[in-house]
Design a binder for this molecule. Sequence first.
Ligand code: CP
Length: 306
Amino acid sequence: MQASCPSGAILPRLPRHFLTGTELSGAQLDALLNRALEMKAQPRASRPLEGRSVALLFEKPSTRTRLSYEIGISELGGYPVLLRPDEMQLSRGESVRDTALVLSRHVDAIGVRTGPDALLAELAAEGSIPVFNMLTALHHPSQALADLLTLREAFPDRPLAELKLAYVGDGNNVARSLCLLGGIAGLDVAVASPPGYALEPEAGGARTTDPFEAVAGAHAVYADVWVSMGDEATADARRAALAPYRIDDALLDGAAPGAIALHCLPAHPGEEITAEVLYGSRQRIWDQAENRRHAQKALLEFLLAG
Ligand code: CP
């Protein structure tokens, strides 16, 4: 990518990244969500990635993220390249720097699902193409985009700045990204977690240990799994501590009238959410899963063609 400066010299243009989601301004996020709604209404109306390739590096399992990015890239006219670390020289000691330099010569963007956020940062620093986060230990901004899009859809007559979302459960990467991107959108976010599982206050939004306090006045009540990837060793302690934070009809009754239930999935019915809510009429969870594709298509257009 290149741009000209006032003297007429050609300068390299820095690629746009999406590492935590905080790279977006409020206006950019608003425009991106509007574009996602357009794309959802007409999924094959434009092909801004025609002739372009996007590498998707998955170091962890995925259903929704892989499907939504891979199919979304195809719908945009692009070519998704699935990469598994055990099939790459990364697994044999090739450096992240060299990997970034080579990928930058072959593809137009890199999506990464991994543990360490530092890997994303290093790929972004060493490569010359956009890098986007498909889940790390600390962040899941791709998920948060779809969550905000789902709120937009569910409450079309109210701006996000007039809505409240309550997240109940572990103060994890999903909660953090909801607070960070919700904050950019002006959304009121409250997080209820047991002692020892609280999200740091710097992520924004309110904190409480009381799930009923968090959901008071909320238009959406959000759950995530109690035992995330990598937390298996502490599964029993987590289930015990998080048991009062299950989304059921009684908790939804404590929210605003017409409140919806959200969940990033995969779900464990009977743990963090009851089967009645997960498959019932008060949820928008399956719309939320579909919205991953529409929101990410708008993101890719912004990163690559904006
Ligand atoms: N919500 C989410 O990221 O789902 P996957 O782990 O299936 O990609």
